[in-house]
Design a protein around this ligand. Sequence first.
Ligand code: ZN
Length: 300
Amino acid sequence: MNIDFNKFLEINQIKYYLKKFLVLVFSLIFILVIFMQPRQAISKDEDIGQEKTNDLYAFALNATIGTLIHEIGHLLIDVYEIPIFVNEEDVADSFLSYYLINLPDQFDNLETYELFSEIDHNVLIDAADFYYFNTLLGKDLDDDFSTHSTDNRRFFNILCNMQNGNPEFFEEYLNKRKIAYLLEDHCLSTNFNEMRGAWANFVSEYWIRDIEKTSKQFIISFEKNEDMQIFENFFNDSYGLEYLDTFQIKLPYPVKVSFKNCDEINAFYSSADNEIIVCYELITEYFFTRYDILDLKDSL
Ligand SMILES: [Zn+2]
């Protein structure tokens, strides 16, 4: 496999400087948003406390970004005709790991790596946690994602990439979930470097080097919905919108990202409509899953 590693490093350095700036700006906006938000408005029906509310929104946002990156994986497979040798769902999931796992040796120093990885690694952890929580709560969403692997398998796929791709960073998370001993069997066939090399081969020529050109690749819209208004504001004002706007792989044309009701817990990529749809029902599911886990924690 031919990987131009210098190119890879260069791309990631650009990514870093952009993100360093974004993290600063968004941290500030995030703090403002949280403190300006009337408490009543966040938890409409029930006073669950500010800390829990923040936790729920942060989790739902990260899980939603994880979903978007997975759907963008489908999009890239489609528009760049990336060959699929296994289940396309697994390949889209592998894009999630490829895009989100960063390594210290891709950066000048540890500080820049840590800043750069802050959002990416947390998105991946929350994406993995969604499957972990479902298993813990005894609900596997396999029926709703019939073409996807089971939650359990998808959970282990991400975990194996974490352990294989950046064991040093993800060790703490793997220990916290107390599943390190299970990974030995599950991760036998995982080769993160090979997977990363394969994705780099397909997408490195489309990496956007000029920071100015990273914006507006996605046309984002939220269907009007009173219940989702605060999430919409949170997505736009914290780092959801900007994360999409700074997506670094050049797409051949702008792609619609539509948040809406669909009467099912799901997300789709539609090649015919050139659109990614994230159902409000799925975002609501992220909220409730996290809520149930916090509830379970309290009851123990
Ligand atoms: Zn999928």
